[in-house]
Design a protein. Structure first.
Lengths: 316, 315, 331
């Protein structure tokens, strides 16, 4: 068991009160699993990604635990988390294009970073060069400034940089959304390869674009309004989703080979409830075609088939 | 003269559409409070920097406005005995020639405010116009205006002002303000140009352009409102800058010939050896007045930045 | 890099042209007959100077010539290094008078500017690090920036000069001394130099401290700083990067502030009757010595442009973005 998250709740402090961005989330990730987290913007997926590695100032850990390789992480304690960061949990941020200091040569920046983490640069340098070649980059990029690299190149450098110390868990936040389709594929392939070569044990990929997950994720976790809606293998989620929200989300995906001339692409009608003071019960019920009186009660996140969990009264 | 640039503060950028999405917080922004304008006012009235600075500025403005009305003699009249330290009769004492320092001070405040307001308006209008047009039109218009801006930015304006004032003379405060404004607009233009560039790329401007609305209307209706907060802060800084420049010009004797000013008071104090005679009441009030006023303006600017830029608000 | 420096050089040449043109134009905007006005204003301190003055003015203005020829003639005499003759210090050539004053101004400004820049940046960085420091450094900095140059100078003259009697209150050196290279003279010069230097240093200090503090706070919110924090890099490393990157805009700021600092130096010299360019300009104004005034203006402009170009060269060395052909900070 690589990662276990138990009843995790994280709130955002705002001037108008606490926003319950993550409200009681429980799931597990197995060794070697690449799990995608999908949902609309504001569903809590980014908060989840941040909670696993570094809470922002405005985020407040309310309850719940995160256990990595059997060890409970002190996620609420910024200082105590430092030893785990990079060595055990690492991150490819949403802003990978600007994640590197613009005024330092890439190699020098990596040297300073690993040295600060107590690792001798000379020891990792051969591996660094090997992995750069693996993602199709020459070692000479180490002598360049970030601004001299293209977007796709920067993304791949950050992938190599983030996984250099072989972390147990890698969090990828919208890793491909800033890239064109070709670069997207290259990065997705590299990520899978890194997992296969055990440079990282398991991966959480956060994205709003579920079609990206199809290329790389083993499992997909669908979130809605701060809670879990459904988790299953990627193929199940895309081909046979159970939760009405997942169905709508997947239905909003254009499928290769299908024609949309006569059928208009429909977005999902309505918007998620405010998480400042969310209503009780199932949070999707206002937009849900299957809503029924029982939805006033919060549905549990239940296993309906091996490896397939859903939080919905109508289908569970 | 020292104008601290508004810094890399991100007042306008904060409205970026992805700000909410990046935080992944739904409904953190959209209005429970009635509108942005009111929200800004709400926070402004609760910001100690803004309120404190406003009290100082308004207090000094009131002094300059009302003070001269209560004086029974003019600022340059020989009103009493010479070289008197502050007393019940002459609050700030008298000069070498028996002029009332208090009356000079309040009259000086009046022209200080006048030069600040007019100077900042002139510089603001020129800077914004050039910045807007350069940022909005782009292309060779931008090249040309940017070059012009940079040239005026590099020229040591103060020295040119000295030459202008020497040759052409400055008879009135508004004239002085005009000259000062003519040389202090460039950094406004640069900042406005950069902001306009980023706003121009937004959809609402494209939409307006596609629907055939004239450029001027787009700037006035679509671009400017998104920059109000920034422009307001710019005026605050220009105000302070104009006051300091005017004081320096007055101090070397190149001020308006028909007005009393705080800089001129210092000029006369130094010229008539107030320092050696220990007449501190002659040269302390004018400098202190300027420092208080300009300091309050700068603090106001910081406070406003906190008000307009939610990231800086303390939680 | 080439294009960056070429752009800058073009800008400075253009600025020089504009400054010279302004210098030529402004006197011609005077109402009435400028030659007569200037001569009547100049007074007759040196009766023997009137003859050459009229002659020079007439040659300079050449009002009977077409405007374009007047303009070209002006450039001609300028390029020959002929700035005219000082009226105030007749018959010294203007360039001599200016060159005599320049060392004092440079000796005052260079240390004041550079030291206040270094110390101010250091203070700003410290303020960005500690809340307690921030609450003291920041208000003090705002107070200093808001202080008019001449007022601080006046207070220093009065407090440390007149009242405490620690420092001389006027001049570049004791009037009883002859300028020699003796130790006693150098000490005397330093003694006179200290207060004006301190005054200029203090007023400039606040702006740099505020700027650096804001820049570091801004840098600490940037993506690369966030990423390093997420990877658990020590604060030391992140702050070092933020400081270094914050220095870059401060270097450009140095160029932008030069013009205003010069204004500050001028009025500071006036307060201390310090024999530099500022004092010279004041004398020129009071004695209606227009040649001297215009010469001083040109000199200051050239000085600012040269300093700007030096700063650009430094900037190219420290900011890789200017070297890669992509636009640097404010190119």
């Amino acid at each position: 068991m690589s990662l276990r998250v138990d009843d995790l709740a994280v709130h955002y402090r705002t001037t108008r009160g606490d926003v319950q961005a993550l409200d009681g989330v429980t799931f597990e990730i197995a060794d070697g699993e690449i799990m995608g987290v999908a949902g609309e913007s504001g569903c809590g997926k980014t908060t989840l990604g941040k909670a696993l590695i570094r809470l922002e100032n405005r985020m407040k850990h309310v309850r719940g635990t995160v256990t990595l390789d059997g060890e409970k992480l002190p996620i609420a304690d910024d200082r105590a988390m430092d030893p785990y960061r990079y060595r055990r949990i690492s991150l490819i941020p949403q802003y990978a294009m600007s994640a590197m200091n613009p005024t330092r040569k890439i190699g020098r920046m990596i040297r300073e970073l690993v040295t600060a983490k107590g690792v001798a640069y000379e020891d990792v340098r051969p591996e660094l060069e090997r992995r750069l070649r693996l993602v199709g980059l020459d070692e000479e990029v180490l002598g360049r400034y970030p601004i001299e690299l293209s977007g796709g190149m920067k993304q791949r450098v950050v992938l190599v940089l983030a996984t250099l110390l072989d972390p147990s868990l890698l969090i990828g936040d919208e890793v491909t959304s800033a890239l064109d389709v070709t670069s997207q594929k290259a990065v997705a392939r590299a990520l899978v390869e890194f997992r296969d070569r055990e440079f990282v044990r398991s991966v959480v990929v956060v994205t709003h674009d579920i079609s990206v997950l199809y290329q790389m994720a083993d499992t997909i976790l669908v979130m809605y309004a701060g809670r879990l809606a459904e988790k299953a293998s990627a193929t199940t989620v895309i081909d046979q989703p159970l939760h009405p929200y997942t169905k709508m989300l997947v239905g909003a995906l254009p499928k290769v080979g299908e024609r949309y001339d006569d059928r208009r692409l429909t977005g999902i009608v309505g918007r998620p409830p405010s998480l400042l003071d969310p209503p009780g019960g199932c949070r999707f019920r206002d937009r849900c075609p299957l809503a029924m009186p029982r939805c006033e009660e919060q549905p549990p996140f239940l296993e309906v088939a091996p490896g397939h969990q859903v939080a919905c009264w109508a289908v569970a | 003269m020292t104008v601290p640039s508004p810094g890399p503060a991100t007042t306008v950028a904060d409205d970026a559409p992805d700000a909410g999405a990046a935080l992944d917080v739904p409904d953190a922004r959209p209005g429970r409070l009635p509108g942005r304008r009111h929200e800004a006012l709400y926070f402004a009235l609760r910001n100690p920097k803004v309120v404190g600075a406003a009290v100082v500025i308004l207090g000094l403005a009131l002094l300059g406005l009302v003070g001269p009305l209560f004086a029974d003699h003019g600022p340059n009249d020989y009103a009493g005995p010479t070289m008197q330290p502050p007393s019940g009769e002459f609050w700030f004492g008298t000069t070498m020639f028996g002029q009332d320092v208090w009356v000079q001070f309040v009259a000086g405040l009046r022209s200080t405010f006048l030069v600040g307001v007019l100077g900042s308006v002139v510089a603001g209008v020129i800077g914004m116009t050039i910045g807007f047009v350069a940022g909005f039109r782009g292309g060779w218009v931008d090249e040309l205006l940017t070059m012009l801006t940079n040239v005026v930015l590099v020229i040591p304006g103060f020295v040119v002002l000295i030459v202008i004032n020497t040759y052409l003379g400055v008879r009135s405060v508004p004239m002085q303000a005009l000259y000062i404004g003519l040389f202090s607009w460039p950094w406004v233009a640069r900042a406005v140009r950069a902001q306009t560039f980023s706003l121009r790329a937004r959809e609402f401007v494209d939409l307006a352009r596609l629907s055939g609305v004239p450029t001027r209307t787009i700037i006035v209706r679509e671009v400017a409102p998104n920059m109000y907060s920034y422009l307001f802060m710019t005026f605050v800084l220009l105000f302070g800058g104009a006051i300091l420049t005017a004081a320096s010009l007055d101090f070397i004797g190149l001020g308006p010939t028909n007005a009393v000013s705080l800089g001129l008071m210092m000029n006369q104090a130094v010229q008539w050896s107030a320092l050696h005679l220990g007449m501190w009441w002659w040269f302390v009030p004018p400098g202190l007045g300027i420092t208080l006023l300009v300091g309050a303006l700068y603090v106001m600017n910081v406070g406003l930045d906190e008000v307009f830029n939610p990231k800086l608000r303390e939680m | 890099m080439r294009t960056y420096l070429a752009r800058k050089a073009t800008l400075y040449v253009l600025t020089f042209l504009v400054a010279v043109t302004l210098n030529w134009l402004i006197p011609r905007l005077m109402p009435g007959d400028p030659v007569q006005r200037m001569i009547s204003r100049a007074g007759v301190q040196h009766p023997e100077s009137i003859g050459p003055m009229v002659e020079y003015y007439e040659q300079l203005f050449g009002l009977d010539l077409p405007v374009w020829q007047q303009y070209l003639n002006y450039w001609g005499s300028l390029l020959r290094g002929d700035l005219g003759v000082s009226i105030w210090l007749f018959p010294s050539p203007v360039e001599d008078v200016i060159l005599r004053a320049v060392p004092y101004t440079l000796g005052l400004m260079l240390p004041a500017i550079l030291l206040s820049w270094v110390v101010g940046n250091w203070m700003g960085a410290a303020a960005a690090r500690r809340k307690a420091l921030d609450n003291t450094v920041l208000p003090a900095s705002y107070l200093l920036t808001a202080t008019p140059y001449m007022w601080l100078a006046i207070l220093l003259v009065w407090g440390l000069g007149v009242v405490a009697g620690w420092f001389p209150v006027a001049g570049g050196y004791d009037f009883g001394r002859r300028p020699t290279m003796s130790v006693a003279f150098v000490l005397d010069v330093l003694h006179h130099w200290f207060l004006p230097f301190l005054s200029l240093f203090l007023v400039s200090l606040g702006g740099w401290a505020i700027g650096m503090r804001n820049l570091i706070i801004y840098e600490l919110e940037s993506d690369y700083a966030n990423y390093l924090a997420a990877l658990g890099a020590p604060q030391r490393l992140i702050r070092r990067y933020a400081f270094r990157n914050g220095l870059l805009p401060q270097i450009t700021g140095l160029a932008l502030q030069l013009g205003t600092v010069i204004g500050g130096a001028l009025v500071t010299e006036v307060v201390f009757a310090y024999p530099g360019l500022g004092y010279l300009i004041l004398q020129a104004v009071q004695n209606a010595d227009y040649f001297l005034l215009q010469g001083a203006l040109l000199f200051v402009v050239v000085g600012v442009l040269v300093a700007n170009f030096v700063i650009d060269l430094v900037y190219v060395v420290v900011d890789p973005r200017t070297r890669t052909g992509l636009q640097g900070a404010n190119a």
